[in-house]
Design a protein around this ligand. Structure first.
Ligand SMILES: C[S@@+](CC[C@H](N)C(=O)[O-])C[C@H]1O[C@@H](n2cnc3c(N)ncnc32)[C@H](O)[C@@H]1O
Length: 373
């Protein structure tokens, strides 16, 4: 298995696959290729798995493909599932669950498919099937071709560990990172979020600016797998630390809600940044980060987007004011925002254009960006 490399798949929110492909390539995985729902790539060894887990910030999980085969009958599936060396991944008494998806295949009953694979895992490794277990195994069958993968990450990767307080409508960390990347910000000039909530956008921006590995605060499921127990996670962590940048980058966050500002500052404190982010309680109209603007920088934000009927009307003045502010930014200033509403971000002559459509906890949301001046 190791000779041909470890075949990995980083699963992401829809629409951000091209950004994720670039992120995976930048970590040195030159065969990274976007597919619907994520990016496939190869690691030479366990060190690559550690590097991917520390450095990837746009995926929610990374899976290892452990088998690929064709089967049109259950006895063939059973044999193939029992041929997998499950003891490499699971120990006796480990808890696991199996998720199966089938499409255009002779074997289509996902419950029966998952049962056969679960029996093989129990028989070979003595692990225990349990709902919502830490370890997940994925079975995909498409036109009779099976792919079996083991989740390496455990807790979803967007749970970095710094965010203990969330506001009313927090943006997921992977999408906040994607929004900062889509904005085209240079990671050196001023970055402003005038509706910062729990601070996710500015904290993700700071991780990018200072070159801090998004996974550095946490542990991963693969470190408990017998085959990867010697994975050099600490060594890889140290390599990322060597490349951290310490030159201060001006990052401004504000929100009209005092509680949000307090909690955002506490979240940022847990992220271990080399320089603090500036947090202020202020309405959009008086956001300190939008005063005395330099020629270059970026405004990146996640305004409220009211899903309730009638909420759009009450949000119009806010979006109009934001649109006017964006239109007045210096030509070299970038802007990006995320909203579930296709119309509101264009108010006030913002000049914003839709750049990407994705999904945030079951709601379709769009990223809007200011075209490069
Ligand atoms: C969708 S939330 C932002 C969530 C944030 N991205 C996070 O991850 O926690 C929108 C935020 O805008 C703030 N807000 C709404 N109207 C505002 C205004 N006029 N001025 C400043 N902040 C405002 C709200 O208090 C709320 O925290």
């Amino acid at each position: 298995m190791v000779d041909q490399g470890l075949r990995l798949f980083a699963a992401s929110a829809p629409g951000i696959e091209p950004l994720l492909e670039a992120e995976v390539r930048a970590l040195g995985f030159s065969d990274a290729a976007a597919e619907p729902g994520g990016v496939a790539f190869t690691a030479k060894d366990a060190r690559g798995i550690a590097r991917a887990h520390l450095g990837i910030g746009l995926a929610h999980s990374i899976r290892l493909r452990v088998a690929e085969f064709s089967a049109t009958r259950f006895d063939r599936l059973e044999r193939a599932a029992r041929a997998i060396d499950w003891q490499a991944y699971f120990r006796r008494e480990d808890r696991f669950e199996v998720r199966a998806h089938a499409r255009s295949s002779r074997l289509y009953h996902t419950g029966a498919i998952a049962e056969r694979v679960s029996e093989a895992i129990e028989a070979r490794a003595g692990a225990i099937l349990e709902r919502d277990a830490l370890h997940s195994v994925y079975v995909r069958v498409d036109r009779d071709r099976f792919t079996i993968s083991v989740d390496l990450s455990g807790e979803p990767l967007h749970r970095r560990g710094y965010r203990q307080y969330t506001g009313k409508a927090p943006l997921r960390e992977d999408l906040a990172r994607a929004l900062v990347l889509v904005s085209g910000w240079d990671r050196r000039s001023r970055l402003v979020d005038p509706m910062a909530g729990s601070g996710t956008i500015v904290i993700e921006a700071a991780l990018l600016a200072y070159g801090l590995a998004p996974g550095r605060f946490r542990d991963f499921a693969f470190t408990r797998f017998p085959v990867f127990e010697d994975a050099p996670l600490a060594l890889e962590r140290a390599r990322f630390e060597e490349r951290e940048r310490t030159e201060e980058v001006p990052i401004f966050a504000s929100d009209r809600d005092a509680g949000a500002v307090t909690h955002a500052a506490e979240n940022a404190g847990r992220a271990g940044l080399p320089h603090p982010i500036r947090f202020d309680r202020a309405p959009l109209s008086a956001a300190p980060g939008l005063a005395d603007l330099p020629d270059e920088g970026a405004l990146v934000t996640n305004p409220p987007y009211g899903r309730r009927v009638g909420a759009q009307g009450s949000l119009e003045p806010l979006y109009r004011a934001l649109g006017v502010r964006i239109a007045q930014l210096p030509p070299g200033f970038r802007a990006a925002l995320v909203s579930a509403d296709p119309r509101l971000p264009r108010l006030g002559g913002s000049g914003l254009e839709s750049a990407l459509l994705t999904d945030h906890g079951g709601t379709k949301v769009r990223f809007f960006v200011r075209p490069k001046g």
